[in-house]
Design a protein around this ligand. Structure first.
Ligand SMILES: [Zn+2]
Length: 504
């Protein structure tokens, strides 16, 4: 394959050296020999770089070719991965958009900035990524296709915020978002740009363009809508045979895959446009997702219901040929690492920001170039705090994953709740708080059970007290449940009755 951008780099003896990266750092003395030049130590290989942060909503990593998926969902991203630093073990801090993006923007676990529940946002973060970049001289623009990020907390630090649609769940709009992003990219400006681009597909409803759908073999002429036909009546559907062997189920997944393919093409156009504009500045493109999607892996569909791997395992690519090594890393990473990693690469890390961020920098830079940081056996968290759905926390450590739920609806209850929930949301009400008691605990050993089919909780291995201690400390520092005073609850009598029937 031809390289997308060809800068001279060497990869020898585990050390990645990019001469352009070294030469780009002003005022760095060069030591030249007949074999090349090396710079004195530096810590900001991408200082002053233009940064494009791409989030693809609802993209579970195992449906990408670069993570082993057999169908052609992502031919462009697969090629881009060969020129990128690809992290293969990445989890989102939540399976819900608002909580997860709050973690992305703040570099902290969502609850640590008060981002819990339907209306979560990073409004309580002391500083956000965009604020930090704008204060350092960046022009900052946010472009989205989701209606989930309208809270002012997400707009913090952005000179310009454009939600390109007011339609919830819009499909086929990726190309328009790319066009707008490139208009912004090509505007004259005298400062580096931080451009946040949030694609919505492959989020449901799955309604891909025909030419992308044609890439995948048809399974059924019966097309079920995720929200209208499946979610509210899933138990009845499953009882009549809906599942992995059912053509209607395979058609559903086919459409999800085709929406990934459509977004893959939109990101390809975006990247081509970014490359087309000559710039004196380095360019860094980061591509990731806010959460995954369930396809009956654990009995239900959609996302923001559980913290199983299909809901939180996401891709993370760092593409900056000449600056970031093309490599794959299995270091344990999280979406909350993106902000501190960006700041470190740009030379903008400050003690204040990094002491508050719970994410970690994924790279380290030295005169030897950029290398993957050794994160060792770190602790990672994910949390979901939607009172109308489930309230749970997960901790990953050393191959183990421990999940504690304080509210847990079974599949029947979720289907029923999704019907009531829509009524409540349309009327702008907030549900009562979740109970504080633990109602469910699960323990998985992911290396031997990656699909989380066998909870080892009952056998209580020696690791359990340690995992419990991690969660207890996390809960002490960052309570999952908002104080009562911050949760206005105003329910009409019929809503109270509906919730009472659900067990609230
Ligand atoms: Zn989302």
């Amino acid at each position: 394959m031809q390289p997308l951008v060809g800068f001279p780099c060497e990869d020898g003896a585990g050390v990645f050296v990019c001469w352009r990266a070294l030469l780009a750092v002003a005022a760095i003395p060069l030591l030249c020999t007949p074999f090349g030049c090396r710079s004195a130590p530096h810590r900001a290989p991408l200082k002053g770089a233009d940064v494009v942060l791409v989030v693809i909503d609802t993209l579970r990593s195992d449906h990408l070719g670069l993570h082993g998926y057999a169908l052609p969902t992502s031919p462009f991203l697969d090629r881009l991965a060969s020129e990128s630093a690809v992290f293969t073990d990445v989890v989102a801090p939540s399976s819900y958009t608002r909580e997860s993006i709050a973690g992305l923007f703040s570099g902290q676990w969502p609850s640590c900035v008060g981002a819990v529940g339907w209306d979560a946002s990073p409004r309580k973060a002391s500083v956000t990524l965009a604020e930090r970049l704008r204060a350092s001289g960046y022009a900052t623009t946010m472009l989205t296709l989701t209606t989930m990020l309208s809270d002012g907390g997400f707009a913090r630090g952005f000179d310009r915020v454009e939600h390109l649609t007011s339609e919830w769940g819009v499909s086929r709009a990726g190309a328009a978002l790319t066009r707008r992003a490139l208009e912004v990219w090509n505007e004259p400006r005298g400062k580096p740009l931080f451009l946040y681009v949030h694609y919505l597909d492959p989020h449901g409803p799955y309604d891909p363009p025909p030419e992308k759908l044609a890439r995948f073999a048809p399974a059924s002429s019966v097309v079920l809508d995720l929200y209208r036909d499946i979610r509210p009546r899933l138990p009845e559907l499953v009882a009549e045979g809906f599942g992995p062997e059912d053509p209607r189920f395979r058609e559903l997944v086919r459409r999800y895959d085709a929406e990934i393919a459509d977004t893959d093409a939109a990101v390809q156009q975006l990247t081509a446009g970014l490359r087309a504009r000559p710039s004196q500045r380095p360019l860094l493109v980061v591509i990731t997702a806010d959460h995954g999607e369930e396809f009956l892996d654990h009995g239900f569909v959609e996302h923001a219901w559980t913290l199983y791997e299909e809901s939180v395992r996401i891709p993370l690519l760092w593409w900056s040929p000449g600056y970031i090594p093309a490599t794959r890393s299995s270091q344990p990473a999280s979406l909350v690492d993106v902000a501190p990693t960006l700041l470190a690469l740009l030379g903008l890390d400050s003690p204040r920001v990094l002491s508050e961020a719970t994410g970690q920098a994924l790279f380290q830079a030295s005169n030897a170039g950029v290398t993957i940081a050794n994160l060792g056996s770190r602790v990672r968290f994910a949390e979901l705090a939607i009172a109308e759905r489930n309230v749970a926390r997960a901790v990953w450590f050393d191959g183990w994953k421990y999940v504690v739920a304080r509210r847990w609806l079974d599949v029947d209850e979720r289907a029923r709740s999704s019907r009531i929930e829509e009524q409540l949301r349309q009327q702008g009400r907030v549900a009562p708080p979740p109970p504080a008691v633990v109602v469910r605990e699960e323990l998985f050993h992911l290396p031997s059970d990656p699909e989380e089919q066998r909870s080892l909780f009952a056998s209580a291995p020696e690791v359990l007290p340690r995992l419990r201690a991690f969660l207890a400390e996390h809960e002490r520092r960052c309570p999952l449940v908002q104080p009562l005073s911050e949760r206005p609850v105003t329910l009409a009598p019929h809503e109270s009755e509906a919730l009472r029937q659900l067990g609230y």
